[in-house]
Design a protein around this ligand. Sequence first.
Ligand code: PGA
Length: 256
Amino acid sequence: MRKKIVAGNWKMNLSIADGVTLVNTIISTLPSLPQEAHVILCCPFTHLDRVSTSIRETSHAQLHAGAQNCHDKASGAFTGEVSIEMLKEVGVDAVIIGHSERRHYFNEDHDFLKRKTDALVAADMHVLFCCGEPLAVRERNGQNDYVANQLTESLFHLNAQQMKACITIAYEPIWAIGTGVTASTEQAQEMHAHIRSLLSATFGNEVAQEISILYGGSCNAANAAELFACQDVDGGLIGGAALKAESFLPIIEAMC
Ligand code: PGA
């Protein structure tokens, strides 16, 4: 059975103190999760040690600390960057790669994302690989090819075993991120089914059925349940609504 996942992407928000309060509130009020369900809190680098310590103290095996970025090299003269081993040292289990904000503001291209993906897979880390089209592409109905290209360029060189072991895909249409405009359930399901058919064509149906595909983009307590009820939507990558326990917990409940 494929995993259900709700991941919070805190982006560059919350003080360390507020982040620790949030994770402690989530820990103390987390509903009991079905065996296949996981919650990942993707925090700023400065928060990860404290957040993962809080998580480890509860021995909650289905709650994880995640990072929002990493570098592909193990060490060296890369001012401002953080390596995968450094993330592992502070208890990180998962890393977001290919978020549209990193592609756009930091010019991360297909090749860099491919190298990061390879480094993460080699380190046996869980990769939350983001894809999704801008509004102009959606308006000319080019979203399927656009997303297929993102996946082909940076992800589909992996083998089936690596895909199964390490990869979760997050479909995040750029026009829905932080805008309050959510993809309709039809739009989400259509794209998720498209992604699963690409997975099936590349890695076989058995692998395609095991890879979780999350939806992200203005997913909130009011719309999570209907999005997660779609056949190929296996959870969500949540930005704004992940910053408060009262908006994040109902999304977790919608997955259960
Ligand atoms: P949002 O962000 O939920 O605030 O739209 C999602 C994301 O960027 O991961």
